[in-house]
Design a protein. Structure first.
Length: 128
């Protein structure tokens, strides 16, 4: 059996990454269909990442996309630690985009599962 170099990601990590990209694309298409404008995807900062930044009716929305085998499983996977990371990344977004500093802000989730229509949860969590 061939040894894997430490720089080569494990096959399960590659599969998870591709599943995440697919889920984010499905979530973005779903939000667009609901009237949202996608401002950014996969915004990364030193403190975390936001899957989708969107805008609708003057509200700036930071969206976490969760993909699991079931929608309930996806809902259960949005943990407080991730919520803090997303909030931190949102703060980094606002620092980098001062024009958005006065916007109303919301944290949503879009849950994705195979063979199911995505489930959008507006105001999925609050931050301090």
């Amino acid at each position: 059996m061939a040894r894997q170099s430490k720089d080569t990601p494990r096959p399960e990590r590659v599969a998870a990454h591709l599943t995440g990209l697919s889920a984010e694309s499905r979530a973005a298409a779903y939000l667009i269909a609901k009237g949202y404008r996608i401002v950014a995807r996969r915004f990364r900062s030193p403190v975390g990442e936001v899957d989708i930044v969107a805008r609708r009716r003057g509200v700036l929305v930071f969206v976490e996309v969760k993909a699991r085998n079931t929608l309930d499983g996806a809902a259960e996977s949005l943990l407080p630690r991730q919520q803090r990371r997303i909030a931190g990344a949102a703060g980094a977004w606002l620092a980098a985009h001062p024009e958005d500093a006065e916007s109303d802000i919301r944290f949503d989730a879009v849950l994705v599962a195979p063979g199911r229509i995505p489930r959008h949860i507006p105001a999925a969590f609050e931050t301090e």
